[in-house]
Design a protein around this ligand. Structure first.
Ligand code: BDR
Ligand code: CA
Length: 313
C-alpha cells in the first residue's frame, strides 16, 4: 500500500484554485491522479487552459488535465470575471501552455478511475461548481461507496453568501449538482466561507510568497494581489479570502481546521435564496448528518504551510 493519498482535483482556475493546485503539486503526501476542469469562474476553455498553465508553472507538465462540463446541470453558467479577470488568472504573465489536454472527458475519467482504483482509496477535491462530480455520480452510482471522501470548497452559513446574500459562488452556480453530491452518502468535508473568510491574504503574507524569489513565489504574489483587490473593497479587509487552498491544506494538516458533523441541505427552488447551504449547526432537525462543516482555521499555520510548500517548487 502506498503512503500517499490519491486525489482528483476538480477545479475552475481561478487564482485561489491555482494556489491550491500548486500546494498539491508541491506535496509528496499527495498523488494527483488528474485535474478535472469545470466551467465556473470563467468558461471551460479557459479553466482547462489555466489548469495546464499552473502545472507548467510548477514544473509538472506530466500532470493529467481533463476537460469536463461546459455548463451547470440545469441553470445557465454564471462566471466571475469581475473577481478573477478576463482570463481567470489575471495578475502574472504566464505563457500559453504546451502540455496536452487529455482526450478523455473529465466525467469519464472520474468514473473510470474510481472503478479501477481500490475502493476507498481515492479522495475527490472539488474547488469549483460541483457539475463534474454530480455527473459522475449520476452516470455510475457504483462510484459513491468507492470514494474515500469528498473535501470541497463551497457554501457558507453564519457568514452568509458572497455572490448573493444567501449563496456562495460554487454552490450558486450549480445548486442541483451540489444537491446530488450532498445526498450521495459519500463522506463530505466542507470548507465554507465561514472558514475561508478567516484566511486573508494580508500584505505581509503576500510578501512572504514574493520573498521566496522563485518563479512560483513571484507568480503567486502577483496572482493574489490581483485576486484580493475585489474582496478588499467589498469587505474592507487587509487581504482577500484564500478559499480553495483550504481543501488541500486539510488533506495535509487537518489539525489546522475545526468544525462539526451536521446536516447540510441546499436550496434549489427559491430564486431569492438559490444555492444557499442550510447548515444544521445546532442539530435542530432530525435530518441525517451528511457533512463535516469547518468553521475555524489556524490561519497563521495555514499560510506557513503554503509558503513552505510553494518554496519547494
Ligand atoms: C469560490 O468561488 C470562486 O470564485 C473561488 O475560486 C472559490 O472556489 C469562493 O466562493
Ligand atoms: Ca474555485
Amino acid at each position: 500500500m502506498s503512503a500517499t493519498r490519491k486525489i482528483i482535483i476538480d477545479t475552475d482556475p481561478g487564482q485561489d484554485d491555482a494556489v491550491a493546485i500548486l500546494l498539491a503539486l508541491a506535496s509528496p503526501e499527495l498523488e494527483i491522479l488528474g485535474l478535472t476542469a469545470v466551467a465556473g469562474n470563467v468558461p471551460l476553455k479557459l479553466t482547462e487552459k489555466n489548469a495546464r498553465k499552473i502545472c507548467e508553472l510548477a514544473g509538472k507538465p506530466e500532470t493529467k488535465v481533463f476537460a469536463g462540463a461546459i455548463r451547470p446541470l440545469a441553470r445557465s453558467l454564471v462566471t466571475a470575471e469581475e473577481v478573477h479577470g478576463q482570463s481567470g488568472l489575471n495578475g502574472p504573465e504566464l505563457p500559453e501552455p504546451t502540455m496536452p489536454l487529455q482526450a478523455q472527458y473529465a466525467v469519464d475519467f472520474i468514473v473510470e478511475t474510481l472503478m479501477k482504483e481500490d475502493s476507498g482509496t481515492v479522495t475527490l477535491c472539488p474547488l469549483g461548481p460541483l457539475t463534474n462530480i454530480a455527473l459522475a455520480l449520476i452516470r455510475e452510482p457504483k462510484i459513491a461507496p468507492r470514494i474515500k471522501e469528498i473535501v470541497l470548497m463551497g457554501g457558507g452559513f453564519f457568514e452568509g453568501g458572497n455572490v448573493t446574500p444567501a449563496a456562495e459562488f460554487n454552490i450558486y452556480v450549480d445548486p442541483q449538482a451540489a444537491d446530488v453530491v450532498l445526498r450521495s452518502g459519500v463522506p463530505i468535508v466542507m470548507m465554507p466561507l465561514d472558514v475561508t473568510h478567516k484566511a486573508l491574504t494580508t500584505g505581509k503574507r503576500i510578501a512572504a510568497f514574493r520573498d521566496l524569489g522563485t518563479r512560483v513565489g513571484i507568480a503567486t504574489a502577483e496572482m493574489l494581489e490581483f485576486f484580493e483587490r475585489f474582496d478588499e473593497e467589498k469587505y474592507g479587509t487587509d487581504g482577500g479570502p484564500l478559499h480553495d487552498p483550504c481543501v488541500i491544506a486539510y488533506l495535509l494538516k487537518p489539525e489546522l481546521f475545526k468544525g462539526r458533523h451536521c446536516n447540510v441541505t441546499v436550496e434549489t427552488a427559491s430564486e431569492l435564496t438559490m444555492g444557499m447551504t442550510v447548515i444544521d449547526w445546532w442539530g435542530v432537525t432530525k435530518r441525517d448528518k451528511n457533512a463535516t462543516v469547518m468553521r475555524d482555521i489556524d490561519h497563521d499555520g495555514f499560510f506557513a504551510l503554503l509558503v513552505e510548500r510553494l518554496g519547494r517548487l
